[in-house]
Design a protein around this ligand. Sequence first.
Ligand SMILES: [Zn+2]
Length: 409
Amino acid sequence: MNDLQTRIEGHINKLSKFTATPGKGTTRLTYSQEDQQAREYIKEKMKEYGLQVREDGLGNIFGKMEGTIQDAPSVLIGSHFDSVPNGGSYDGPAGVVAGLEVAALFAQNKIKPKYPLEVIALIEEEGARFGGGLMGSRGMTGLLSEEDFKNLKDNDGISTVEAMTKIGLDPALPKKRDPKTLKAFLELHIEQGPILEEKNIPIGVVETIVGLTQYEITVEGQAGHAGTTPMDRRADALVTAAQMIAQFPTLAIEEGEGTVMTTGKLNVFPNGANVIPKKVVFTVDIRSGKEEHIQNVIGKLNELIDSYTQNGIQVTAVQQLYMQPKAMNPEIVALLKQTSNALTIPYSSINSGAGHDAMVLSDVTEVGMVFIPSKDGLSHCPEEWSDSLHIANAVEILYETAKKLTEAE
Ligand SMILES: [Zn+2]
């Protein structure tokens, strides 16, 4: 194992310790104590690697290496550092660590970039605390407004501003970043699927990130006694929700071309064993590589909602997120492939089925993304694992690519 790989393993292991669920995977919610610990570690490493550290009004972390051109736009490199509950050690951190190590190679080899290089560590990509997801990049690009940000609350009713302040962050700092300050964004991420491992290929160069939309559906009926209300007099919110959800797999399969539809969250009110459910709130997540499929499924979902609004049942839907499928920048894609070839690291073109910050940032700058294999295709679970050798390969590709993009010498 070379030095680079050893350092990568060190970072991953250290960051994995900042979890609210030791022994049961990584649980690092945004603005939590574990966020603060990981944040301190990342900032400390940035400083150690000679970067100027700053946080924005969302708590995103930036470590900057100045370029020789005055006020030139930056080449950003990084990923997110939050996690889902009981997730793994690689989803997000692998990309942050890669960014750190690219900067380390710049410093070590005394590379002077013309355009600044910025390592970034983004918050709340998963949306596990405040919902919606991709919050760091959406806030940074202005897709999430200041007001919408302030109105977000977690499940305990704690607002973003309260939570930020509690760990010593300043929500009054600027959030939106002028696109003129951005030249490119590079992100390494674990694949979170089985393709690269099955093909035994160490690098995936991402061509397109699938589009996605998320809805929160509320079904309202009438509460009643489970023993005394006859079956024909009920407006049972849970029965209606269950009937709707049961139709989603068919809906997605009929749409085809890899369209997927998921209900991953459901809350029943009042949630008592002997009470007819009055209200059910559940999520719907729809994804596809083609926007027309997403639109078609939204249309069918709305028809379904209308058809169930009857006999004392009210169904309403709120769209929480809508992202078009996004193609990566063709020149950066070509550059990543050339670099892989030059380093004799085999690669494969791949599409991403998961949403990523790169997808949001592609609206404002040129974006490129690489994947590394995920063991058994697993992610968002404690078993999530990727080989540090693969991360090291990716770092070498990103280092050469960042040198070209920053016009370093
Ligand atoms: Zn991720």
